[in-house]
Design a protein around this ligand. Structure first.
Ligand code: SF4
Length: 184
């Protein structure tokens, strides 16, 4: 898939999204027992990435209304703490357009559950409106739904197996609700 210009993104070109897996019981990608959605497509291409198969935007299956409903159903049990979105790269432009309304639906249906999201981009450099290279009309809508954002690329020389929820030391766990970094 070719790269999209900011102008194409801003003018509302229609995107679809593929996903690789939905894990309905996941204890590795956030606090508590979670449902995890692994989206397809990533342009970060971090050296040493363990998930290279998900770089391809065509990997996996189309994310449809039925997929949404399946995840909503999986989130219903009381023991499920929330949803984690990872990939691949949730903040690629194509994926943002699909994820923004979906995360809003999750937030509306489960106001007491939390949403974690992983990105290889940097929150303050790439996602915010001022010159953020990945900021689109959908970015703020996604960020408004996300409680915890784990940001930054995977850097092989910063790899640390003792870290919780992260692969390399440069990655940050950002509590967007309280605007602070977490040390977990
Ligand atoms: S952002 Fe994640 S999926 Fe993308 S290359 Fe880096 S580690 Fe791999």
């Amino acid at each position: 898939m070719r790269s999209l210009s900011k102008s194409e993104v801003r003018h509302g070109i229609f995107f679809s999204m593929n996903y690789g897996i939905i894990k309905k019981i996941d204890i590795a990608d956030g606090l508590g027992v979670r449902v995890s959605l692994f989206v397809s497509g990533c342009r970060n291409h971090c050296k040493g990435c363990h998930n290279q198969i998900t770089w391809d935007f065509n990997f996996g299956k189309p994310f449809t209304k039925e997929t949404e409903d399946e995840i909503i159903e999986a989130l219903k049990p009381a023991h499920i703490a929330g949803l984690t979105v990872l990939g691949g790269e949730p903040f690629e432009e194509e994926n943002q357009e699909v994820l923004a309304p979906f995360l809003e639906r999750v937030k509306k249906e489960f106001p007491n559950k939390n949403i974690w999201c992983y990105t290889g981009y940097l929150y303050d450099k790439d996602l915010l409106p001022q010159d953020g290279r990945k900021h689109t009309p959908y970015t703020n809508r996604m960020l408004a739904c996300i409680n915890i954002l784990i940001d930054g690329p995977y850097i092989e020389k910063e790899r640390d197996l003792t870290l919780n929820f992260r692969g390399s030391r440069n990655q940050r766990i950002i509590d967007l609700e309280h605007n602070c970094l977490l040390k977990l």
